[in-house]
Design a protein around this ligand. Structure first.
Ligand code: ATP
Length: 434
């Protein structure tokens, strides 16, 4: 299996992910997505949105603000409960999350630990010119609460009937005690969350439905089945309000770890917001003529963690011949940052002209690259390493019969295709049928 160091090195070398503020020595746990990283990230978000909003009649989207009325966090429990127990090593001064330790001593130097203290994970800041207690606001630690407080707005304006969901993608912030493993655990990250509101009593059915939907999404996008598993939370792990929760876990280099959580949160959140806001957040059920607070199923995924899993799953250091190796990312074409690269076989004017024409046309549909430097073999390898699924080469035959070769990244085989057929050929292989 690929190591995290190899992934980090590839990401830096090929412009996927850089350390934040690197020229100043970086900032712990913060990362910047480079030109290829941002394309890949956008693809993941778009594919999530497509499967969960665009293709579903029962889910609509939302983009709520990061800063919210601080009462939201009182109601949600984040101000009083959103904390991890932590302790400091008395010898080397490192700080540890107690619930992640095997034994109660410093995992690094074996030193004695201080008593555990609860540490709130929310970032605080001030709104407006005066920095006093009344101006304190928080950076949201999850996108979910923006959905709950808009439940009535969305339900009424969209005239939605249960069951229906609200989906949101956006940044969240947590002052994690032990960030690490590259982009797996950071203090600023992006989430893709759905709150799916259902009639109480149907919640278990919908919980199962969403577990299936979400796992299939990863499968469809090429994650290998043996690297994904569903783990049910034990009773002792469950948040006090949750009736059930499963994690979709991925086999990362550091072991099985959470990729996404899917929880049955009951009516906890809306009940809390109704209590703290004094607003009526019930739903009127036309069929039974009753008012009640819906239950909610929450599939909550991390954009960065998904991107990391897609990269790890796709990575291969492949031996081609006795002394011939390549790094190849077998990314699903829909996830790959660059969909195709166009090459003139040689830097000859008539080949270059034709290749540029094709490139200029493909640009309208996808992110594509044009490359005329180095041997054709080298150019293919550069694209293999960033996961570009198709290499289109213009050669002398192109000038005679308007055909090009299309090379497949994974099999390295080539087919000859008429120029008019390039777009349908690519389209068929890039498009995902969820
Ligand atoms: P963990 O146990 O790993 O801290 P969590 O159970 O607190 O995660 P949730 O609150 O369920 O995580 O958040 C939903 C999803 O958001 C996670 O499955 C993960 O993909 C993503 N996520 C949460 N915290 C982070 C983080 N610090 N960095 C990157 N992604 C995160």
């Amino acid at each position: 299996m690929v190591t995290m160091d190899e992934i980090v090195a590839l990401c830096k070398r090929r412009g996927f992910i850089f350390q934040s503020s690197e020229i100043y020595g970086g900032l712990n746990s913060c990362w910047d997505y480079g030109p290829l990283g941002v394309e890949m990230k956008n693809n993941i978000k778009r594919l999530w949105w497509k499967a969960n909003v665009q293709l579903r009649d029962d889910v609509v989207g939302l983009d709520s603000s990061i800063l919210m009325n601080p009462k939201v966090w009182e109601a949600s429990g984040h101000l009083s409960n959103f904390a991890d127990p932590m302790a400091d090593c008395k010898v080397c001064k490192k700080r540890w999350r107690v619930d992640q330790l095997q034994e109660y001593k410093c995992p690094e130097c074996g030193g004695e630990l201080t008593e555990a203290r609860m540490f709130n994970l929310m970032f605080k800041t001030f709104m407006g010119p005066v920095e006093d207690e009344s101006a304190v606001v928080y950076l949201r630690p999850e996108t979910a609460q923006g959905i709950f407080v808009n439940f009535v707005n969305v339900q009424q304006t969209m005239r939605k009937k249960l069951p229906f969901g609200i989906a949101q993608i956006g940044k969240s912030f947590r002052n994690e005690i032990t960030p690490g493993n590259f982009i797996f655990r950071t203090r600023e990250f992006e989430q893709m969350e759905i709150e799916y509101f259902v009639k109480p009593g149907t919640d278990e059915y919908w919980h199962k439905h969403w577990i299936e939907q979400r796992i299939n999404w990863y499968y469809k996008l090429g994650i290998r089945k043996e690297n994904l598993r569903v783990r049910e939370h034990g009773k002792d792990e469950l948040a006090h309000y949750a009736k059930a929760c499963v994690d979709i876990e991925y086999l990362f280099p550091m072991g099985w770890s959470e990729l996404e959580g899917i929880a049955n949160r009951t009516d906890f959140d809306l009940t809390q917001h109704q209590k703290y806001s004094g607003e009526n957040l019930t739903y009127f059920d036309d069929e039974t003529k009753q008012r009640y607070i819906p239950y909610v199923i929450e599939p909550s995924a991390g954009v960065d963690r998904s991107l990391l899993a897609f990269l790890i799953d796709a990575y291969e250091y492949q031996q081609i011949d006795k002394d011939d190796f390549r790094v190849v990312l077998h990314l699903h074409p829909a996830i790959a940052p660059v969909k195709a690269a166009v090459f003139p076989l040689m830097k000859k004017e008539e080949l270059v002209k034709k290749a540029r024409e094709i490139y200029n046309e493909l640009k309208y549909k996808w992110i594509v690259q044009y490359d005329e430097s180095g041997s054709i073999g080298k150019r293919y390898r550069r694209q293999d390493e960033i996961g570009t699924p198709f290499g289109i080469t213009v050669d002398y035959q192109t000038l005679e019969d308007e055909t090009v070769t299309i090379r497949d990244r994974d099999t390295m085989e080539q087919v000859r295709v008429h120029i008019k057929e390039i777009i349908p050929y690519l389209e068929e292989r890039i498009e995902v049928k969820f």
